[in-house]
Design a protein around this ligand. Structure first.
Ligand SMILES: Cc1ncc(COP(=O)(O)O)c(C=O)c1O
Length: 485
């Protein structure tokens, strides 16, 4: 983990802190302290890291050292910084609270908070009957030791069948069950990427994938997605693969998180060919593949175009079913699955048998569960779009044809400032920069539609209220003398 953040790094993370609407409300030092608190709250600045010395940060930000001294003092007073004379200052949270460095964190005692930071549904009603049925099945497994590094065979069969049904013939020995899609990604990275290896990702992308890549100290290049229209620019994406020849590319072609884009079939085919020519392994995250909305037809899986075992697909139960199950999988060649299972023995040995049995029962009921989920998500998406059109008409949104999130283009580079202000009125947001690498994407905000429609409408109402306040605070208290010429 990073133990020290240098002045230039913190300056990059802070981005446009001095130009944010609302900042005239407070002096420079308070705006700086507020921006650091915002970075800590959403996980972009980890806890326990040493901040740069005051002089170094002042130089990096081109502001006076007194301003930094006052900001650090305020952060100490609010409990966000611990300093020891001569040793430096470390980030912390008030009351020694802890936050995952990924920022995916919900305090359980905060019941009034509308949490739009997390894009996942609550469990479907079929979960409890599935768990009961799984408990009935359990005796079949109790005479063995219970370790199944690639997963229990009945779940591998069910997952393989779902790929076959999508037009990609798959046998159970091509499937490895994991503890969630995130775990699948981590294992694949351990196998396919040496520390410091080069990786291409979309920008924006899923933040916890960036966290997994950071753990491998990956050297990351990005392919920028358009907020509207097609999303991927095929020629640019292929050009990046050809030029940078990364060891690995991580893509989310099925209702991409956060933008909701769906990669068209012809680009899938071209990407696989270009990856093969560049010697790049493709990790395809299919977390949202079960959630097309509006009857949107699905293109063939990316792996359909793969002739050289270049494509590793990952997916899981979290989005269509329930994240609390922690069941995901990898689809790869049978030898790759064996290598992954060997790597896993040094990590967690195997996934829980009981949870895998629950997954088997849920998958057996897939048509009913998934179609109810789609109907629920469609209604919630439409409620969110309606509230946005009414309360924040200047924001631009492309209607997502699947998945669980929309990516709003805001009316200014205000995403982090808005997230901080929204927290004050009980709405947790994941601001745009969480989905990128370099503190950019301040004009964007991801909004999931996984909560009930009434919560979404209430959240938009509160967000619109604080958006308006940001503007009012930004308005100067004095007027420029009018030049008459
Ligand atoms: C693109 C993507 N990949 C992986 C995950 C993690 O999924 P899981 O809960 O299965 O680990 C998520 C969850 O939001 C996601 O959006």
């Amino acid at each position: 983990m990073t133990s020290q953040v240098r002045g230039v790094q913190l300056a990059r993370l802070l981005g446009q802190w001095h130009a944010l609407p609302g900042r005239r409300r407070s002096p420079d030092y308070a705006a700086l302290a507020g921006a650091v608190r915002g970075l800590l709250a959403d996980g972009r600045l980890p806890l326990g890291v040493r901040l740069p010395a005051e002089r170094e940060l002042a130089e990096a930000l081109r502001i006076s050292r007194t301003t930094v001294t006052a900001a650090y003092r305020q952060l100490r007073e609010t409990g966000h910084l611990a300093s020891r004379r001569g040793a430096g200052s470390w980030t912390m949270l008030p009351g020694n609270h802890r936050v995952a460095s990924s920022g995916l964190w919900t305090p359980l005692d905060d019941l009034d908070m509308i949490d739009l930071g997390c894009a996942a549904l609550s469990a479907p009603p079929q979960l409890v009957p599935a768990a009961r049925a799984a408990a009935e099945d359990l005796p079949r497994y109790l005479c063995g030791a219970g370790y199944h590094p690639t997963g229990i065979v009945e779940l591998r069969e069910a997952v393989a069948d779902s790929y076959t049904a999508r037009g990609l013939p798959t046998s159970p020995d091509q499937i490895m069950v994991t503890s969630g899609t995130q775990h699948a990604l981590d294992l694949v990275l351990r196998l396919a990427l040496a520390p410091g290896g080069s990786v291409l990702v979309e920008s924006p992308t899923y933040p916890n994938a960036l966290a997994a890549l950071a753990a491998r100290r990956a050297r990351i290049t990005t392919h920028g997605l358009a907020a509207d229209g097609a999303g991927w620019d095929g020629d640019l994406l292929l050009g990046s693969l050809r030029q940078s020849r990364p060891k690995l590319a991580y893509l989310i072609p099925e209702f991409h998180n956060p933008t909701g884009h769906l990669m068209p079939a012809d680009l899938r085919e071209r990407v696989v060919a270009a990856a093969h020519a560049a010697g790049t392994d493709l990790v395809v995250d299919e977390s949202f593949v079960d959630l097309p909305l509006d009857g949107t037809p699905l293109p063939p899986p990316v792996a359909t175009f793969d002739r050289h075992s270049r494509v590793i697909s990952i997916g899981g139960m979290s989005k269509p079913y329930w994240g609390g199950l922690r069941i995901g999988w990898v689809r790869a060649s049978a030898p790759q699955v064996q290598r992954l299972a060997a790597a896993r023995v040094g990590v967690d040995m195997a996934s829980p048998v009981l949870d895998q049995l629950v997954a088997v029962h849920l998958l057996a009921d897939a048509p009913a569960i998934v179609s109810a989920r789609r109907a629920q998500l469609t209604a919630q998406r439409d409620a969110l779009l309606g509230a946005l059109a009414q309360r924040l008409p200047d924001w631009r949104v492309t209607v997502p044809r699947g998945g669980v999130t929309l990516w709003a283009e805001l009316d200014g580079p205000i995403s982090s400032a808005l997230a901080r202000a929204a927290e004050e009125v009980g709405v947790r947001l994941a601001p745009g920069p969480r989905f990128g690498l370099d503190g950019t994407l301040e004009r964007f905000l991801r909004l999931p539609f996984t909560l009930p429609a009434s919560d979404l409408v209430e959240a938009v109402d509160r967000i619109a209220g604080v958006r308006y306040d940001l503007d009012r605070a930004a308005r100067p208290q004095w007027r420029e003398p009018v030049v008459i010429a």
